[in-house]
Ligand binder design. Structure first.
Ligand code: PLP
Length: 393
């Protein structure tokens, strides 16, 4: 920029200026510029959206469904979501007043935080965590406070650690089980203990359960279903992961009427509504797509078993993740930082994994490997990683 083009002020808001770029995106800009890379990097289902769901979107277009919908979303979709949550999560939400269709869990999370955070309010979250949690709290003018989870505890969240992190400014806690990036899940007893702390300290819970269908053993247990919790919970879910519908950008937020109304006020002025085409596809997913979930989950299970076994054999200790589609092995024994490991692995063997510190300081010493790609890719990646680690010695 030449001198006379410069502005006197920096127009970017201070709280935006202080937000770092996503570590994952930066890393994957490098990956995109290279050939022959096997990517265990991106958290996207390795399946195309099932055909009947894509067809429903095409059908909607063919029939001229190109309009806005109600701000809350199509009532038919909200009713189906209500029934789905009752059957599978044992939570009752009124489709008229307690369910809002959003543009992915991403938007649902944003409006949930903006609806509840006053400037300076503290929001707890467990870390390592999904890359957008801390910035999303910051964008809502809140103060994010991380609670460390650890490999030796399977990265589960301990109720005592939550209690110890609460201050008079703490308003809410953000939960994500099954978790990205660790694949951790919680038992029903663990969920109940966390609920007890939230009730005792009058906290609101935002629970991102986007990976709940990808739970490999035991039943997924939602904190919203614990007696006394619905009143203080914003439940977030979506279609991206279980139905392989990331590109449709469709999710939802469920909460008691006053909280739903607060989220609606933001959503109606910022987003207006989710795409009608995606909503029609989501209707098809819930009406006829539940078997697709089971088929994909079984494939992920095989890939998980293979990649976790491979990491342990290679000498990169890896716990068995019970949910989502990520393995989170420790790379400490190589003596490299997670960033050095990831960059060198990419340069020398053309395998992309995500450095653990992209998920917060607690992720250092680990890398995240998505096992949602094909089994052939898992096998090739395991061979290349083994070679890389052998050559380090
Ligand atoms: C924990 C978690 N929440 C939310 C999202 C975003 O979901 P959506 O595609 O519904 O916006 C992701 C995507 O990776 C995620 O891992």
């Amino acid at each position: 920029m030449t001198k006379n083009q410069q502005t006197k002020r920096d127009f970017v808001a201070e709280h935006v200026r202080s937000i770092p770029r996503s570590g994952i995106r930066d890393f994957f800009d490098i990956v995109q510029s290279m050939d022959n890379v096997i990517s265990l990097g991106i958290g996207e289902p390795g399946f195309v959206t099932p055909w009947h769901i894509r067809e429903a979107a095409i059908f909607a277009l063919e029939h001229g469904k190109t309009s806005y919908t109600s701000n809350l979303g199509l009532l038919k979709l909200r009713r189906l979501i209500g029934a789905y949550l009752q059957d599978h999560f044992h939570i009752e939400y009124d489709p008229n007043t307690e369910i809002l269709i959003a543009v992915g869990v991403s938007e649902a999370l944003d409006i949930a935080l903006r609806a509840i955070v006053n400037p300076g309010d503290e929001v707890l979250y467990h870390e390592p965590c999904y890359v957008s949690y801390h910035p999303s709290v910051q964008l809502a003018h809140g103060v994010g406070k991380a609670i460390r989870t650890r490999a030796e505890n399977r990265f589960t969240l301990n109720a005592e650690d939550i209690a110890a992190s609460i201050t008079p400014r703490t308003k809410a806690i953000l939960l994500n089980f099954p978790s990205n990036p660790t694949g951790a899940t919680l038992t029903h007893e663990e969920v109940e203990k966390i609920a007890r702390v939230c009730i005792d300290h009058d906290l609101l819970v935002i629970t991102d359960e986007i990976y709940s269908e990808l739970t490999y053993s035991g039943q997924h247990s939602s904190i919203a279903a614990v007696p006394g919790m619905k009143e203080r919970t914003i439940f977030l879910h979506g279609f991206s992961k279980a139905f392989a519908m990331t590109g449709f950008r469709i999710g939802y937020a469920c909460a008691p009427p006053s909280l739903t109304e607060a989220m609606l006020r933001i959503h109606q002025y910022s987003m207006l509504c989710a795409s009608i085409i995606s909503q029609e596809a989501a209707i098809e997913a819930l009406e006829r797509g539940l078997d697709d979930i089971a088929t994909m989950r079984e494939q992920y299970r095989l890939r998980r078993n293979f990649i976790v076994k491979s990491f342990n054999e290679i000498g990169l200790p890896c716990h068995m993740p019970n949910g989502a589609f990520y393995a989170f092995p420790s790379i400490r024994e190589t003596g490299l930082t997670s960033r050095e490991f990831s960059v060198q692995l990419l340069e020398q063997q053309r395998v992309a994994v995500v450095p653990g510190d992209a998920f917060g300081p607690g992720g250092e010493g680990h890398v995240r490997a998505s096992y949602c790609g094909s089994m052939i890719d898992m096998e090739k990646a395991a061979e290349r990683i083994a070679l890389f680690v052998r050559n380090l010695k």
